[in-house]
Design a protein. Sequence first.
Length: 270
Amino acid sequence: MKDILTAPFMVEMIRTASNMYAHGWDERNGGNISLLLEEEEVAGYLDVKKVLRVIPTGFAAPALEGKYFLVTGTGKYFKNVEYAPEVNLGIVRLTDGGTQAELLWGYSDGGQFTSEFPAHMMSHVARLGVNPENRVVMHCHPANLLAMTYVHSLDEKQFTRTLWQMCTECIVVFPEGVNVLPWMLCGTNEIGEATAEKMKTARLVVWSQHGIYGAGKDLDETFGLIETAEKAAEIYMKIAHLPLKNTITDDQMHQLEKRFNIQAREGYLD
């Protein structure tokens, strides 16, 4: 078996976690990542028949039966992932209709996956239903997006249009816009179900006064989605108190649609 720490998916996961911490998105043990893996990816580095222990998930996800995930651990600091990946990360395989997770590697201190695991898995199911290539769900706490939920309407159309107007690339990067949830108790199946429902129509879901969920086909795409939305929110928070003299108009956004062959969310532009 090859050293699992040299696996491309592991190298990229560690790099992404470190970058998220460096961006200030994942203070303390805030935030979590899950990456869907193929069995053939894992089998080159692990004996997939060797189960270290079984962890109850507390929910059912039949659509993910037999699926493998690399997941950040509960209570773990992203800043420590690169120094002790085997403590802060784990690879699990879902069984029994998703109600059980077989630990194949990691969580070597006796820990387990993030408390947001239900929200992640439910979001994976939702996004796979839209795009079979989806592999990543990422949650973090970008400061400007959080700040925006205190001072801006939480109406999804208005929230999306404001972000689109802050930076030319926004409508190109996330033409489907962002969805928004009101404050909900984190770490519950209820917020997982609500997030998954929102994931059916957008890859970005803002948790008001908490953070954001992003989904994508790989770690780079998902990181870039959140990074772009956070930059737009930063610009908004810098100018929200000032008189607005210029903006990106709907006509200009229609030009961007044609130029980049994208389709803005229906009904969001005049």
